[in-house]
Design a protein around this ligand. Sequence first.
Ligand code: PMP
Ligand code: GLU
Length: 394
Amino acid sequence: MSTLSTRVTNMATSATLAMAAKARELRAEGKDIIGLSLGEPDFNTPDFIKDAAIQAVNDNYNSYTPVDGYAELKDAIITKFKRDNNLSYNTSQIVVSTGAKQSLANVALVSLNPGDEVILPCPYWVSYSDIVKIAEGVPVEVKTSIDTDFKMTPEQLEAAITPKTKMLWYSSPCNPSGSVYSKEELRALADVLAKYPDIIVVSDEIYEHINYVGGHASMAQFPDMYDRTVTVNGVSKAFAMTGWRVGYIGAPTTIARACNKMQGQITSGTNCIAQRAVITALEADPSVVQYMIDEFKSRRTLILNLLNDIPGFKCNEPDGAFYVFPDVTAFFGKTLNGVTINNASDFALYILEQANVATVTGDAFGNGNSIRISYAASVENIKEACARIKEAVS
Ligand code: PMP
Ligand code: GLU
């Protein structure tokens, strides 16, 4: 009998985390690696949030919390959903988890039976596919391309639906493409779903505030979608709190209660100090983080200019998040410095080894024509990384 379960042996390692670990390893060996692989803001958590955490420690918040989060935090989430998204949830519809990653895993584990299909417009965030598989669901990839700004059309959605379709999962702004679905585009997808009332939608809105075109749209805003949409969000990106591990959902009560039950057997409530700090973060006006968004926006312009100047790179213009997802197919079949590039993984490895720049292959996101570059990095590192890539591919 083998030591490990087929569940874990069949599972892919998170490519984003693996690349970040590889970059760390190479740095420890003395290499000057620029890490553009991990999607994490390079800002400090704002002081007013840190102060709330310190206060919570001093106020002796140290006990287990309610599994689904402190009542005050759930109230702050309800207020946030109303204020920012015009979504009305009550307290039994909110579940706080150890990052949006756990929120997504909870939803998969409580919704999917073996063989249930989950439609994933590609490119999708790296963990969607494996979370679905852990829950014994079947990911159904819908291919999009740079020519349609990496967005799924209503026709593509319709074509992907089968009697086994249980869910649709997407992120907007999208990790990794940065694409943002407008209200009209979401409505057009909802019009298709109107014919299939049992399909549940997971709308991952964790990059909501990192939006350069404005007008964030939630699927749950449509009355006919509200009762079957799970809205996922968290503080990792907007408040530079990746390590604090707080994410949450607003969901139909049946799903929220089931997530609470699932989480109660796996992790319990997330960290008490982090929860107290997040109350303060969510109660603040979103304009408190505008300086980060302004900075990401100017870095986006910078990196697009620099990458578009490299022959062979074809970039979409991301409307949100902090990634570019350039198509690098122009390099496939070419031999650079004695190394033959056959696919996006070869290309990502090539620039890691030749340019000491860590990115992530698009294969991990269900699109093997691109690589993902995170520009949540300093201007200096972005400039140096692009110069090195240019040199390595010229
Ligand atoms: N969804 C998307 C689209 C993401 O990029 C991430 C990245 N961290 C997550 C969910 C998970 O976020 P966290 O667990 O840090 O809240
Ligand atoms: N979501 C980030 C990324 O895509 C963090 C890493 C992860 O959780 O996978 O890079």
